[in-house]
Design a protein around this ligand. Sequence first.
Ligand SMILES: Nc1ncnc2c1ncn2[C@@H]1O[C@H](COP(=O)(O)OP(=O)(O)O)[C@@H](O)[C@H]1O
Ligand SMILES: [Mg+2]
Length: 317
Amino acid sequence: MLSITHLQKRFGERIAVDDVSFEVRSGETVGLLGPNGAGKTTTLSMMSGISKPDGGAVSFLGQRVHQDANALKKRVGLVPQDLALYEELSAWANLELFGGLYGLSGAALATRAADALNLVGLANRRHDRVKEFSGGMKRRLNIAGALLHDPELILLDEPTVGVDPQSRNAIFENLEELKRRGKTLVYTTHYMEEAERLCDRIIIIDHGKVVADDTVRGLYRRLPASRSVGLELDTPAPENLLAGLAAMPGISAVQGTAGGVRFDTVDFGAHLALALERIAGQGVRVTSVKSGQTSLEDVFIMLTGHALRDGPLVDTP
Ligand SMILES: Nc1ncnc2c1ncn2[C@@H]1O[C@H](COP(=O)(O)OP(=O)(O)O)[C@@H](O)[C@H]1O
Ligand SMILES: [Mg+2]
């Protein structure tokens, strides 16, 4: 649906986006993940036709975006990082203004606005002024504004920054509903957990460059051993059990411990079950299972040499 090739953007001496290429397929939810200043917003604004690349190209359904920006605007919805709302006006009046920008009016606009408000869960607040809304509600209204023309592709720039966990969840549910409706979503965030929950594919950007483009599963596979597992057993692990576990595919670093056994597994879901089966087969009972979980954060550190963010998960509004 969208193809980005060798995209580049400079601001003076600074290269904000440096030879970025990736594809977005129809119906996919793609996460652009990277720390503040990585170049996510700059990439998104070139994708939406708002800003012109210094090099490379963006194509939407085979058409070069910067040659026909108007055609693109009809089919793409952009939810900007900064809220674009009139505080003194009602939610509904804001949507009327947004709709006007897309050339919508009358009954068509009313139908679309009602549907968009419904989707973001603000239908019962349509007549309230935006200034009475919480940060999360404003975010959701901002999303509704980008949906009025029923775009196929929706670009969202950090739509959960500055919202409380409950609103964050509501926004996720809105996005999941859009996904179910078959929309293509591109979502930028500096929260690994969000990208992991929502995205079919994650593109990690650091210092303006793509450092990984993979599924969540694929990213986890890049870690040498994704988890360590500790099992407590009702008897000390017999030597032949340790050797048997060590010989199993996907299991490594097997060690007898005081209470049982520990090992690393690459694919927790598949290999732990097989290990448990083998242990049971030898008549040994497992009394507890502990797992040192690794996260995509570890993948990020491995790829970039630094942490994704140093702040807490929930920004203070
Ligand atoms: N309008 C601008 N003028 C100058 N520098 C900019 C401008 N917009 C972004 N930058 C710089 O480009 C880099 C990438 O910014 P941005 O795309 O906003 O990152 P992100 O959205 O990932 O936080 C940063 O170093 C930022 O300071
Ligand atoms: Mg940004």
